[in-house]
Design a protein around this ligand. Sequence first.
Ligand code: PDD
Length: 279
Amino acid sequence: MKVIWNDQIVDRTEVKIDLEDRGYQFADGIYDVVRAYNGKFFTLDEHIDRFFSGMSKIDLEAPFTKAELKERLAELLNVNKVDTGNVYFQITRGIASPRDHVFPEPTVVPPVFTASTTVVPRNEEKMSKGITAAVVPDTRWLHCDIKSISLLGNIMAKHTAHKKGFDEAILHRDGIVTECSSSNMWMVKDGTIYTHPDGNLILPGITKIVLLRAAAKAGIPVIEKEFTLEQLKEADEAFSSSTTIEAMPIVEIDGTAVGTGERGPVVEMLQQFYIKEIE
Ligand code: PDD
């Protein structure tokens, strides 16, 4: 498999990550995941914009333009002959020795960029059956809008849910639902969709943008407003969204069925809109 390593496309085995790479030592970096359908990227511009915005939020100077990055990722997709799959890309603040918490001078220490692909078909069965989730306290930091490669808080939450036998973790801060461990969170009540507003407590999802557009087209009202665990318990439908899972019904929370316990009509409608978008 070929990967991108800085400005080259090389075999995966050729990549050397230094033990003093700040990504490795401090999780000092930004990542993104973009999906391709039928050999073409979906919402690539939005992912690239968020990647650049993340870099700027942590004062990391991009070593390429948006156009150059897009071209490089497209080349990788092509070289690896990915039809439907994901491209993971990340940038770290580079190799700075000796280890020092202070950011190194960007003119002295160039960032390290890597990207790889995986072939992942759409899991239609899962999208129709839905997943289960556990409610877990959101103990992450206060910059959740930054797609940081430091995902310890997220993976600890997911692990907690998995240990109890659930697929996903629904995160909450003092009873307010924020998002899931690796996706945005939504609920439906009396025909209206609710989701947490963007800000520093959640990641501004690209799939969220697509679903907001879908809901507007379908004439389903959406309120981007905080909702509580109590409101979630009374919801008719719940679902989460991300690049890799699209709109995923959550049919059971902490062992209790959501609504009918099956995929609801609102999320099904959003899924159908999504399919039209990616065709
Ligand atoms: N996760 N919230 C969190 C915490 C996420 O990690 C993600 C994405 C999302 C949804 O964002 P988007 O719709 O742009 O994929 C929300 C990616 C897929 C991941 O970490 O693999």
